[in-house]
Design a protein around this ligand. Structure first.
Ligand SMILES: [Zn+2]
Length: 179
């Protein structure tokens, strides 16, 4: 194979050629068209065109597996968490410290709420509620109390960049829980 997939790990979303926020219907439509193209009956007819019959058979299983995980909302949410975790791990090499939400300063920034925490360089690690929402976390404010929620209430973490230097802080979510 000419394609080297080691640099970019293919996600289940890549396998089915859908966006990570695709709906169930979009995933199903994409799965169906992928399966039609990879169906063994169809491969028999087109196998003269290609010597990669075995590869296509493997591909069929890969697509099938991706569909099994992404078509189920529970297994999809577990997978999404793993995916998020592995991406965060890749960034975690420069993490200077772990912080909890209570350590952070929350300030209104237009429609959003901005969280900040001072870096040892004097600048701040920052993250706003809009960015957190894109990652699946919702930041709520009730008077002076702020709280951060994950969709499934599972522990998580977010890497915050410093505004000036290359250090990062890791905001831990649902880890020192109050129950
Ligand atoms: Zn810094």
């Amino acid at each position: 194979m000419l394609l080297d997939k080691t640099a970019h790990k293919e996600t289940l979303y890549d396998v089915l050629s859908v966006k990570e926020d695709a709906s169930y219907e979009e995933i199903r439509a994409s799965y169906r068209s992928a399966i039609l193209n990879l169906h063994p009956d169809k491969l028999l007819k087109t196998s003269e065109m290609s010597s990669s019959h075995q590869t296509s058979g493997d591909r069929f299983l890969t697509v099938q597996k991706a569909w099994e995980i992404l078509s189920n909302s529970t297994s999809r949410s577990v997978y999404d968490n793993e995916l998020r975790g592995s991406r965060q791990d890749a960034l975690a090499a420069d993490v200077a410290e772990d912080v909890s939400l209570q350590d952070m300063i929350a300030e209104e920034a237009g429609e959003a709420l901005e969280l900040s925490y001072q870096c040892r360089c004097g600048d701040y690690f920052t993250m706003d509620s809009t960015e957190l929402e894109k990652m699946g976390y919702s930041l709520l404010r009730d008077g002076s109390e702020i709280s951060l929620h994950t969709v499934d209430a599972l522990p998580g973490s977010v890497i915050l960049p410093c505004g000036s230097c290359s250090l990062k802080a890791r905001l831990l979510i649902n880890i020192d829980d109050n129950n």
